[in-house]
Design a protein. Structure first.
Length: 575
């Protein structure tokens, strides 16, 4: 017994000596965001291998865990439940099995997860199922019940090699501007900066952490959506709420890795890996400890490319049966197209690609007018067999069909706003047709997102690209030959994202107050638009896509020459 006591005391003594000594601790933080269902390198939509995916991330994480045993924390920034057929299948088709996302995140041993707007958009049954099945907590301090209580855990404390780390989760509060309230019934979303200030005080007083990390589903550039919601507040929170050491951002699909100074003069690392698990945030914390206390700390971060890593073979093997089920689902033939169509055409003219959507929306709703946009700027549906996977190319999101009541003037102003975000004001034939920007490498891209470039069907109109924003569109008549009346009320087919204020075409464009949009809704249809696409193609058997040719750019000669030039700049002369 005496020997045991002596050994115990000696052990305590030596542990005391170790902790009394100055020592350096290195901790790795790895962060994914906006994965959008890219779990495997196989792209189920496009039937090809991708350079990203969580299978590749798994290889990187395994490597880092071997290099830094017990000192790696893995986080995800949200928007994982929508994007690829793999998640669609487990959202809506196989709702009995464990959800593939929670299974993958548990397999990879994620430590904390954020809540994203596209996760919310799946609806309570789906995201509640995912949250319940995840071993890691889903953090969101500003997702609240109507009574003000927290719907999700606000923060999580980790102790890594004696270092106490607090991780606070926040989501962009703009959900009501995009997502039908029934998807988030009973909830509301507090402003991120307000929530961060409140919870930073609680965390500091209650937990006294050595490191504070923000795990945010919100982008970099501040923007007041519809004048109400600060959609991208990560940078503002990092600057205006002292206490953060690292802020992980997301949502905006933008690469970013910089240190900024907050209002207290402290440095904060803000890092955003963009989307589809093509890169991850790779952050190194270096902490110097003395007598068990942190006396100095620093952090550095970089964006790590996953294309340099092969997929984790054990990961692929473990989920082989689930991925095979998804592959079988997307490989089901549903009809044929007698020609190839491309979403690229929709940027430059009335296109078969979009006009299929218009035809379906008008057919399902019997509306006077239809609005829709190319949800992806560069995809093809090829001549021949059409498979389930092709529906995810034709329509990338799980938007529902709505009908709304708009006046003719509101219709006109809505279309004006769309083309204002889409087209340049040409001063000569040598100018760009589209609003384009160049990056540091000289590569061209659209200034705004193509999913906000709505065209209209049911009306015949021209877009004069020599005119300034707000004066481009001239509506000539209804497509049935009847006059178009600015004062008349029209039944308009539109998707759920747009009807709730997404893209601001109804608010900033048509001038309808956000809180009035709900009163304009006439009918909400029970299935997503992809379902009606499937039924349309199945019923036709062979589809002959044709453009409606209900709108065109003028002057035609300038527009045609500029369109060819801009197409080559955007798509590298691929077609």
């Amino acid at each position: 017994m005496k020997r045991l006591i002596v050994c115990f005391l000696l052990t305590i003594f030596f542990i005391g000596i170790i902790f009394a000594q100055s020592r350096d601790v290195v901790i790795k933080l790895i962060h994914t965001s906006d994965v959008h269902g890219h779990l495997t390198p196989y792209d189920f939509t496009n039937d090809k291998v991708r350079c990203g995916s969580l299978a590749r991330v798994s290889s990187f994480v395994n490597e880092q865990r071997q290099k830094f045993p017990g000192r790696v924390l893995l986080f995800d920034g949200g928007d994982v439940l929508q994007g690829q057929p793999s998640v669609y299948y487990y959202n809506y088709i196989d709702t009995i099995s464990p959800h593939i996302v929670s299974e993958v995140q548990n397999y990879m041993k994620y430590d904390a997860l954020a809540f994203g707007n596209h996760d919310v958009e799946t609806g309570h049954p789906i995201y509640d199922r995912w949250i319940k099945q995840c071993n890691a907590p889903v953090l969101s301090a500003n997702t609240l019940r109507k009574d003000g209580s927290n719907y999700l855990q606000p923060y999580k404390i980790f102790v890594v090699d004696g270092v106490k780390i607090a991780v606070l989760g926040l989501i962009t509060p703009s959900i009501p501007a995009w997502v039908n309230e029934r998807m988030w019934s009973g909830l509301w979303f507090e402003d991120m900066e307000v929530s961060a200030k409140k919870w930073m005080k609680i965390i500091r007083e209650k937990e006294n952490p050595d490191i504070v990390v923000g795990l945010f589903h919100s982008g970099i550039e501040p923007y007041k959506l519809n004048g109400l919601y600060n959609e991208n507040a990560s940078l503002e929170v990092a600057k205006n709420v002292p206490g953060f050491d690292v802020v992980f951002a997301g949502h905006d699909h933008t690469y970013y890795s910089h240190k900024v100074a907050n209002i207290a003069g402290d440095s904060v690392l803000v890092i955003d890996p963009a989307n589809d698990a093509e890169r991850v945030s790779d952050v190194m914390l270096k902490v110097k400890m003395e007598n068990g206390k942190v006396i100095s700390k620093s952090c550095s971060g970089k964006l790590k490319r996953m294309s340099n890593y092969t997929a984790d073979e054990a990961f692929i093997s473990y989920f082989s049966s689930q991925f095979e089920a998804v592959k079988t689902f997307v490989s089901r033939p549903i009809g044929k197209f007698d020609k190839t169509i491309s979403s690229r055409d929709a940027l430059f003219k009335s296109s078969e690609f979009l006009d299929i959507i218009h035809s379906i929306q008008l057919g399902v709703t019997q509306a006077d007018i239809s609005f829709t946009a190319p949800l992806t700027g560069a995809t093809y549906i090829y001549k021949g067999d059409v498979y389930m996977r092709d529906l995810f190319k034709l329509y990338a999101y799980e938007n529902m069909i709505y009908t709304m009541e708009l006046t003719g003037k509101e219709v006109k102003d809505y279309i004006e706003q769309s083309y204002a975000m889409w087209t340049n004001q040409m001063k000569s034939a040598d100018d760009h047709l589209l609003l384009l920007k160049q990056d540091d490498g000289g590569k061209y891209d659209l200034v705004n997102y193509s999913y906000n470039f709505d065209t209209a069907a049911g009306v015949v109109y021209t877009v004069d690209v020599t005119k300034p924003a707000g004066e481009k569109v001239r509506i000539l008549r209804m497509s049935n030959g009847k006059p178009f009346d600015l004062s008349k009320k029209y039944k308009v087919a539109i998707n759920s994202y747009r009807a709730n204020g997404g893209g601001e075409l109804l608010t900033k464009g048509a001038g309808i107050p956000l809180d009035s949009l709900k009163s304009r809704i006439l009918v909400t249809y029970p299935n997503d638009l992809r379902f009606y696409l499937m039924k349309y193609i199945e019923s036709k058997g062979v589809v002959s896509p044709k453009p409606m040719n209900q709108w065109k750019f003028i002057p035609a000669k300038w527009a045609k020459t500029a369109a060819k030039r801009d197409r080559e700049l955007l798509f590298n002369k691929e077609d």
